[in-house]
Ligand binder design. Sequence first.
Ligand SMILES: [Zn+2]
Length: 147
Amino acid sequence: MRTITGKCHCGNIAFELQWPDAGAEIAVRACNCEFCTKHGGVYTSHPGGALNAFITERSAINRYRFGTSTAEFYVCTRCGAVPFVTSAIGHNLYAVVNVNTFEHVPREQLKESVSDFSEETTESRLARRQRNWIPRVSIEYENADTE
Ligand SMILES: [Zn+2]
């Protein structure tokens, strides 16, 4: 088990990612949707992983949705970074993490491929997320009463 830490540029959104693979390489995918292209979103996930996110200022978070509205992009409105994306499926919350917000992970460990999900039906999209996305997600807010 490896622990990967990361945060947005200003630190408002920080996270710890429990990564079960001991191997040095991490498979990542550059989503080619317009939002991810424009934001530099390059994501990874592991069905055996766990994501613990810590948000300092709830009012500086924009949970952006578009298209099918089945995913929420956590955008830090202070610095504009998008550290992770969540999708609520059934009673569970799934996530993928933007490797561009990782810290202390050498670039050469990231093996990138480009994914095109534009032809997927919503049903197959949700099934794919349940198979591949991080199934254990916790998001804690430091200032829960600032909303
Ligand atoms: Zn930020």
